[in-house]
Structure formats: structure tokens, C-alpha cells
Design a protein around this ligand. Structure first.
Ligand code: CA
Length: 228
């Protein structure tokens, strides 16, 4: 699964350059040309990171940052601000609003790529590393193997991807639609009920060697992986 990055930038030359470089590095991208589009994109699918232009039409970068931080499901979304402003006060304001890092325009593409990687590693280590550990569950993405409490767990490919997806966002509640988009992909037609079937299989497999039910059902909201 490629990390998904939203590029919120109204200068097309900049957004296209970013898209080109990020995709070459193996990321999936979507471009928002203004603040409204950025919020819509996030509503549709929460990205793994957002590159956010400070001076954005309709809703400013600062305001988007504030909104993203106040919503529970996006509170930890990594944000790198792109700013033409070099004044120290503005930088501080950007970081105070909740950006994780900022890059001043014009920036070197190599530097920005390095920042993206660094922020993802720091905030979302599970996305960048082969081994993910959540509670007593260990996932090895290079060998596609899963252990729980030291015992092997056998999962089908879809259950593996589901678990991997949950593990990248431990504790976060996902709706069936979000799981469909994240695990099956938005261009595949699968009924929402299919998600329940695979969740059931994943649960059963994870509990096959003992242990509590690690997947929480949140009434009318969806599912999440327990972190404790
Ligand atoms: Ca701008």
C-alpha cells in the first residue's frame, strides 16, 4: 500500500512538480487547488501526509491546519507547510497552528522529499517500517507474516491488508467506506457488507491462538484496532 499524500497548492507548476517527484518516490498523490478542495479530499480519504500551501485560495493553509487538528480523525495527520514567508514570526505561527514541519519557497525538491520521509518516519513509523507492532500483534510486511503473543497467525491476503491498514492507524475508527477505499481501493466495486465478512475472518484468525478480540466494533461508526 503506497502512502497517500494530498498536495494542497494553487500554483500549478509547484503542485505538478511535487506530484511528479512524490510519485517517482512511490507515493500516491492527489492535488487540491484551493482550500475547499483540500477539505473535500480529506473528507473522502484521510491522507498519510499533507503538503499544505500557506497562501491558499478560499480557505487558507493556516485555517485548514486548525480544522484538521480539531477533528479527532485527522488530529494526528502529518502536515508540512509550504510557505513563501520567511519571517520568523510566521514560521512560529505556522508551527503553533499545528504544522509538523515547514518548507520555505522556493525549495529544493530533494530537501522536501527528505522532509516528507522524515516526518512520516517520526509520526507514522508503521507506514515506513517493515515490522509493525500493535499490542501483542506483530506484523512483518516483508514476509507477510503475523504473530500474536508469539504464535503464528495465518491470514488470507485481504485479511492481511486489512490488519496492515488498521495497524498503520492504531486506535483510529474506520467506517466501512473508508476501509473499502483504503484496503480494496476506490476504483473497485465491493459491497460494504464484504468488509464485515473479512473483519469477521480477521477477528477469528487473530483469536485462533487465544487472546481477546482485538478489533473493536463502534456502533454506527465502524471498526478500529485496539491499541492496548
Ligand atoms: Ca499559494
Amino acid at each position: 500500500m503506497k502512502p497517500f499524500i494530498v498536495i494542497a497548492e494553487d500554483e500549478q507548476a509547484v503542485s505538478e512538480l511535487l506530484r511528479y517527484n512524490l510519485e517517482a518516490e512511490g507515493y500516491e498523490t492527489a492535488i487540491a487547488n484551493d482550500g475547499d478542495e483540500a477539505m473535500l479530499l480529506i473528507d473522502e480519504r484521510i491522507p498519510d501526509l499533507m503538503l499544505l500551501d500557506w497562501m491558499l485560495p478560499k480557505i487558507s493553509g493556516i485555517e485548514i491546519c486548525r480544522r484538521v487538528r480539531t477533528r479527532q480523525e485527522t488530529a494526528n495527520l502529518p502536515i508540512i507547510m509550504l510557505t513563501a514567508r520567511t519571517e520568523e514570526a510566521d514560521r512560529i505561527r505556522g508551527l503553533e497552528t499545528g504544522a509538523d514541519d515547514y518548507v520555505t519557497k522556493p525549495f529544493s525538491t530533494n530537501e522536501l522529499m527528505a522532509r516528507v520521509k522524515a516526518v512520516l518516519r517520526r509520526i507514522r513509523p508503521a507506514l515506513m517500517d517493515d515490522r509493525i507492532e500493535v499490542g501483542d500483534i506483530q506484523i512483518d510486511r516483508s514476509t507477510h507474516s503475523v504473530m500474536r503473543g508469539g504464535k503464528d497467525i495465518h491470514l488470507g491476503p485481504t485479511e492481511f491488508r486489512l490488519l496492515e491498514y488498521f495497524a498503520q492507524h492504531p486506535g483510529r475508527v474506520f467506517s466501512r467506506e473508508q476501509l473499502l477505499d483504503g484496503v480494496w481501493g476506490s476504483d473497485v466495486y465491493v459491497e460494504a457488507r464484504t468488509v464485515d465478512v473479512h473483519i469477521g475472518r480477521l477477528r477469528k484468525a487473530l483469536m485462533s491462538q487465544g487472546g481477546n478480540n482485538p478489533i473493536r466494533t463502534v456502533r454506527s461508526a465502524g471498526y478500529s484496532l485496539r491499541v492496548d
